[in-house]
Design a protein around this ligand. Structure first.
Ligand code: GDP
Ligand code: MN
Length: 427
């Protein structure tokens, strides 16, 4: 049921505001260090590395994981912030430290990790609020002779996997596509046949490695495709896919997304979910089993039914406002769930006004009203609340609200409610 509404929502929210597209897709995103480990299991070349969650662990890792100074003099380490967003290399910490990825001498790794851990990194993909670095990945510094771009994604046109390769890499694919449109090679793979040697060879030609052995490169591409299929990836991006002095391809970055619908058969992978990197409003909502999607606007919405929720968001837009969320409390929400929903809305600093729009059918207006009144007792309500109730048990609902003594703005219909909410939000 929840899944059904969200599925519908995915395509419909796009029509309201294309810029929210990234928030509708329910895809598991894992950290680079986890992706690298997974690739290693599939026989893909990855740098030697270890993750730390505290500064104290750095010394141990340096001693146990990395080769002795004799083998690699002077020993250099790539210190990489782990956040669930790209663009880390060019990101900036709120502390002022530039770059989420640094190459340093081994003895400097500890002090650098200290500057990254528990700090907020802002990149092109995180939004201005940034993301907290809870873990730092320490990798062996390889001498990379060439950086390329590699990705596998799902293509609408061919309705199957599509491999994207580019001889240039390291920087963002958007910039690459603009600068080198002719160098981007796309190879669709027949999902029933699987990847052929010819497919993989085309990809290798597109990558145009300078020194890497052709046959072993083809094998690496096939292994990447195998990982993509066997683990139900929706996207696998390696930027840069690099070449080392010893003629090997090596995945120097790892960005993997997985299809939520495959969670039932990918339990190990889905156990890697890191909710500390997610929108805390959505994490709280998921716990209460609410159909909620966080957005960037200023009007918090509590609505029943996905269709009515979409219409409410549209009408807020029409009156010059922007919704802070999509929330469908559904037809069978309990009073407790309504309380949770209201708490999520009121704890959101973005929210300047709340619009409750309930068309009581299976969901009864008195349940919603009791939930609001109960929640208001538990939270410090600082913003105006506009309520429009209609349908089953509407009179009881209105009475509960009135007797609560709460200051509410009542509205006659959806249009009136949206107008009042937008007005209230700018006061
Ligand atoms: P992103 O900015 O979030 O995509 O993070 P990356 O993992 O791609 O790191 C940023 C940049 O650091 C890469 O584009 C590389 O140029 C460089 N880099 C990352 N890992 C290594 C490595 O192991 N060795 C070397 N020499 N450079 C690396
Ligand atoms: Mn990268």
């Amino acid at each position: 049921m929840v899944r059904g509404s969200l599925g519908r929502l995915a395509s419909r929210t796009l029509s309201v505001a294309g810029k929210w597209q990234h928030q509708q897709l329910r895809r598991l995103n894992i950290h680079e260090y986890q992706g690298a480990e997974l690739m290693g299991k599939f026989g893909i070349n990855v740098p030697k590395g270890a993750v730390v969650g505290s500064v104290q662990e750095v010394k141990e890792v340096l001693k146990n994981v990395f080769p002795s100074e004799k083998e690699m003099t002077p020993l250099q380490i790539v210190v990489k912030s782990q956040i669930l967003a790209g663009g880390r290399g060019l990101g900036t910490f709120k502390s002022g430290l530039k770059g989420g990825v640094h190459i340093v001498k081994a003895e400097e790794a500890e002090s650098l990790a200290a500057k990254m851990l528990n700090q907020v990194l802002v990149t092109k993909q995180t939004g201005p609020q940034g993301k907290v670095v809870g873990k730092v990945y320490l990798c062996e510094k390889m001498s990379l002779v060439n950086e390329m771009y590699f990705a596998i994604t799902l293509d609408r046109k061919t309705a199957g996997p599509l491999i994207i390769a580019c001889a240039e890499g390291g920087t963002s694919i958007e910039d690459l596509a603009e600068k080198f449109p002719d160098k981007i090679v796309k190879v669709p793979v027949d999902v029933f046949k699987g990847i052929t040697d010819e497919d993989a060879a085309k990809v290798v030609d597109g990558l145009a490695p300078k020194t890497a052995d052709r046959q072993s490169s083809i094998e690496q591409i096939k292994k990447l495709y195998e990982l993509f299929c066997k683990t139900d990836c929706t996207m696998l991006e390696i930027n840069p896919l690099a070449e080392t002095a010893d003629k090997k391809l090596v995945a120097a970055d790892a960005k993997l997304n997985f299809d939520d619908n495959a969670a039932f058969r990918q339990k190990e992978i889905f156990a890697l979910r890191d909710t500390t990197q997610e929108d805390p409003r959505e994490v709280a909502a998921a716990k209460a089993d609410l159909n909620y999607i966080g957005l960037d606007g200023e009007i918090g919405c509590m609505v029943n039914g996905a269709g009515l929720a979409m219409a409410t968001m549209d009408i807020i837009k029409l009156h010059g406002g922007t919704p802070a969320n999509f929330l469908d409390v559904g037809g069978s929400a309990s009073e407790g769930q309504v309380v949770e929903a209201f708490k999520i809305l009121t704890s959101d600093d973005r929210v300047k006004a709340i619009l409750v729009n309930i068309f009581g059918g299976i969901m009864k207006c008195d349940v919603i009203a009791s939930g609001i009144v109960n929640a208001a007792k538990q939270v410090d309500l600082k913003v105006p609340v506009v309520v429009r109730l209609e349908g089953t048990n509407v009179d009881q609902g209105k009475r509960i609200l009135k007797e609560s003594g709460m200051t509410l703005i009542t509205a006659e219909d959806l249009d009136d409610a949206a107008e009042k909410a937008v007005k209230a939000s700018v006061k």
